[in-house]
Design a binder for this molecule. Structure first.
Ligand code: ATP
Ligand code: MG
Length: 284
């Protein structure tokens, strides 16, 4: 019995999805350019699909779980559960308008024609904001729609904004912030659910390790108290005496979010020889 996971066949999520499996210690057997593949060291079968189809395949139990953007999950609106955010494939679903348009606020969309590949999310957004506009659904190259006279404005995925810029558009309002997520069919058997939990445990360890750094430093013994308070680590820091009298080596783990702030405080309290290295897995 194997857990079946659906991944994007090619495109923006492909590399990072395979990288995540690899970081979870899961190796695929024969090449990657196939529609179907198996892991040889975890009971996992991989189906490579177009991202638009992944929610449906998971809802229909053709795959048990899948990795896909939240934007696709919300637009397709199938009966799947989001199990975990994965931290890659980050983008926004945004309204973009011609740079020359005088866009004041959402109300400026009244009476406009909006080209998008996300008709459901756009219509929900319009309804919530009580805007009446016409939605024109197209499946690709949405950004050229205003230029060729197909629509007045668009709603599309944006990450850097360079595609919008090249097409004379500006981002006007964000409808949704999205990233890749792990989705699951709600009706997994007990055995498959156990496998999912095993996979999830690995995914969470990998995610946690990316948010933390391992730190080593030398501290004068009379400053150990304050330095240890700055570095609580997973339980408490390791403190080992140096060969030189009056000094200790302190080892701990710091969160990336307040990393620089903590480094500055450590230095202000006399820490020296600070070494920082990445952590590969973090099990708490
Ligand atoms: P497929 O052939 O599988 O249908 P696609 O062309 O629909 O692929 P991609 O462009 O590969 O999809 O994007 C896949 C996902 O990557 C998007 O649904 C979104 O969640 C995420 N993504 C991240 N940044 C961007 C971006 N700048 N533009 C588009 N998608 C992005
Ligand atoms: Mg697609």
């Amino acid at each position: 019995m194997k857990l079946k996971i659906a991944l994007q066949k090619s495109g923006r999520l492909y590399e990072d999805s395979l990288k995540l499996l690899k970081e979870c210690g899961i190796e695929l057997t024969n090449g990657v350019n196939k529609l179907r593949n198996e892991a040889f060291n975890f009971p996992l079968e991989v189906l490579f699909l177009r991202d638009d189809d992944i929610p449906q395949y998971v809802a229909d139990s053709v795959a048990d779980i899948g990795i896909v953007g939240e934007n696709v999950v919300n637009e397709k609106n199938k009966s799947v559960s989001v199990i975990e955010k994965l931290g890659f494939g980050k983008c926004r679903l945004s309204i973009a308008v011609p740079r020359t348009m005088d866009y004041q606020n959402i109300k400026s969309l009244n009476g406009k024609k909006i080209a998008t590949s996300y008709p459901l999310l756009v219509s929900q957004f319009l309804e919530t904001n009580k805007i009446t506009a016409e939605i024109h659904e197209i499946s690709g190259s949405v950004e050229i729609a205003p230029g060729i006279g197909l629509a007045d404005v668009i709603c599309d995925l944006v990450s850097s904004g360079s595609t919008l810029f090249l097409n004379g558009l500006k981002e006007a309002d964000v409808i949704l912030h999205s990233e890749a997520v792990l989705i699951s069919n709600g009706e997994l058997s007990r055995e498959k659910n156990d496998l999912l939990n095993k996979l999830l445990f690995r995914v969470q360890s990998v995610k946690r390790s990316k948010k933390h750094k391992y730190i080593l430093l030398n501290a004068p013994n009379d400053k150990l108290d304050v330095i240890c308070k700055l570095l609580p680590g997973m339980k408490s820091p390791t403190v080992v005496p140096l060969a030189e009298e009056g000094w200790s080596s302190v080892h701990s783990v710091v969160n990336e979010d307040d990393f620089w702030n903590i480094i500055e405080q450590l230095m202000a309290h006399g820490a020296q020889g600070i070494l920082v290295s990445p952590i590969e897995k973090m099990i708490v």
